[in-house]
Design a protein around this ligand. Structure first.
Ligand code: DAH
Length: 315
């Protein structure tokens, strides 16, 4: 078969043949013209065929491991869905927003000052080792908890104390720990931090605020329980538990540890430029992954970071 270029050249030459008709004897013109027309349409058909072949040449890279026919199927975009943690983080932020809190986003890379110094961890104090912190070779810290945002929340909204007499902020964020990974421990997970400051903030307000959040999230009344805890950035410090939500777990037995909280330590307020003689604050922080696992009956935290489509398609 002639190439496309050869056919086009032939067509051009044929064009010149047509000019000869004028100089021909009358009797020969008709049959000569018919021959030329037949030849022309044959060349045009051949050109079209060649062009069709050229168009069907596949210029996309192919996936050799794809099932038969998959590489040449027309591209059909499929609509993805939000990761369940994204959906639930949005929901958590929305609940706090409806309660009147400001919402700011946490960082995924932080430093020694925000992770420890600003949170009243004395230099060299063993409590620093309590957080299985990663460090980059430059000395940055992927935050081990959202409390690293407390200093930023306090300083960013400090002018609210003069304007409105209070600071009310929550900070959802991604956190990282050097964990031995298993069904209930991940190296990467999510937390939400809360900070409230006013002249007369109380522990009672703290407990009611967090309880209110959980009751709204799970859509039912829930009992809460606290026990003493230790965090350098709060005094007193408490561990916070909620009653297992009835509708979700089947049985209403047992208590679930949801995070830590307490009255903000005067040193933390002072470092952020807030006078602890005048203002008091409370703070709280807890994991989001657990909250979501409980809501949907997910029994292994590792699904969240796995990127497994079978898991993600369920949401
Ligand atoms: N950041 C703590 C943790 O991840 C939890 C926590 C405790 C947050 C007390 C707070 C707090 O805001 O006041 O272990």
């Amino acid at each position: 078969m002639s190439s496309l270029e050869e056919l086009k050249l032939e067509l051009k030459k044929l064009g010149q043949e047509y000019a000869k008709i004028k100089t021909m004897p009358e009797a020969e013109r008709k049959s000569f013209g018919e021959k030329l027309n037949a030849r022309k349409s044959a060349i045009l058909t051949a050109i079209h065929k060649q062009e069709e072949i050229a168009e069907s040449v596949n210029i996309e890279p192919i996936d050799l491991t794809a099932p038969f026919g998959e590489n040449t199927k027309p591209f059909k975009p499929t609509r993805g869905t939000k990761h369940p943690l994204t959906t639930e983080l949005d929901r958590v932020a929305e609940i706090y927003r409806q309660m009147g809190f400001n919402v700011i986003e946490a960082r995924q890379l932080d430093d020694e000052f925000h992770m420890f110094d600003s949170l009243n961890f004395p230099t060299g104090h063993p409590a620093r080792d309590g957080y299985d912190t990663f460090r980059t070779s430059e000395g940055f810290i992927p935050p081990a908890h959202t409390s690293t945002m407390q200093y930023r929340a306090l300083t960013r909204f400090r002018d609210h104390l003069d304007k409105y007499g209070q600071i009310a902020v929550v900070v959802p964020g991604r956190v990282f720990r050097n964990e031995d990974v298993d069904a209930t421990h991940e190296h990467t997970f999510y937390q939400c931090e809360g900070v409230f400051v006013s002249r007369d903030a109380t522990l009672g307000q703290l407990l009611a605020t967090w309880q209110n959040f959980f009751e709204t999230y799970y859509g039912q009344k829930l009992h809460i329980k606290t026990q003493p805890g230790f965090f350098p950035f709060t005094e007193p410090s408490l561990e916070f538990q909620i009653e297992k939500p009835k509708s979700l777990s089947g049985k209403g037995d047992g208590w679930l540890e949801m995070g830590g909280c307490g009255m903000i330590h005067p040193n933390v307020l002072r470092t952020a430029g807030i006078n602890p003689e005048v203002y008091k604050g409370f703070a709280w922080g807890g994991g989001i992954d657990r909250l979501v696992m409980l809501k949907f009956g997910i029994n292994d935290v590792r699904y969240f970071e796995s990127g497994k489509l079978e898991f993600l398609k369920e949401f």
